[in-house]
Design a protein around this ligand. Structure first.
Ligand SMILES: *[C@@H]1O[C@H](CO)[C@@H](O)[C@H](O)[C@H]1NC(C)=O
Length: 215
């Protein structure tokens, strides 16, 4: 390492690494552990004064056509939701960082409807999509509309609270078709931003009832 050019090259390399990781940190689950692509998690909206439901589940968001499904918060407070796993777009490492581009996939062996669609989340960016487009099930890894990022949304006691963002805007919730259960959409209105936490699926917990009908 006597060669000064090697040393300066290393210094440049190290400072580049510092710049790249600045502001990025592992996303934490409710127990404070980093989110890992090998685990499954329930995505649970953080309670607001008015809403006190359970976790997120795939659900029909229109009566016709029934497919593709959207995503809704179950109104049942004790339902943890349906587990998801995260896939890192670049496929490197297994820790999900706050800057990572991730795909989100529902995990379930029981999936009776809309089987022709994948279980990946995607933003409806079709020409017929409303101004606040729905999050749908049927995404594809590598597609721009299926890419999500997890960003910190809280400090202190709410340190493990996050929001989800996309190329189209932030993930929010509006009253959906089933008993006004909150339905996931993309919004630019911060009042509608959906705050979530990630609860690791520890055991053989299965949450299959109320899969499609949040009420
Ligand atoms: C997502 O993007 C892909 C590729 O552009 C497109 O084929 C698909 O229709 C889009 N999905 C939605 C729901 O807009």
């Amino acid at each position: 390492m006597k060669n000064p050019s090697v040393i300066s090259f290393l210094i440049i390399l190290l400072s580049a690494a510092t710049i790249c990781t600045h502001g990025n940190e592992p996303v934490k689950d409710t127990a404070g552990n980093p989110l890992n692509t090998r685990e499954q998690y329930f995505i649970q909206p953080v309670k607001t004064e008015s809403k006190n439901g359970g976790g997120l589940v795939p659900a029909a968001i229109t009566v016709l056509p029934f497919c593709p499904l959207g995503i809704t918060q179950t109104l049942l407070p004790y339902q943890p939701g349906l587990p998801v796993s995260f896939v890192l777009a670049l496929g490197v490492g297994s820790t999900v960082m706050t800057s990572s581009a991730v795909n989100i996939e529902f995990k379930s062996n029981i999936w009776p409807f809309c089987k022709e669609f994948s279980k990946f989340w995607e933003v409806d960016d079709s020409s017929s999509a409303p101004k606040e487009p729905s999050i749908l099930i049927g995404g594809k890894m590598g597609d721009r509309n299926s890419s999500f990022k997890i960003e910190k949304a809280g400090e202190g006691a709410r340190a493990n609270v996050y929001k989800l963002t996309t190329f189209y805007g932030t993930v929010g919730a509006i009253p959906g078709v089933w008993l006004s259960a909150p339905q996931l959409i993309i919004t630019k209105d911060t009042a509608k931003t959906l705050l979530v936490k990630f609860k690791k699926v520890d055991d053989a917990t299965t949450a299959t009832s109320n899969l499609y009908f949040p009420g």
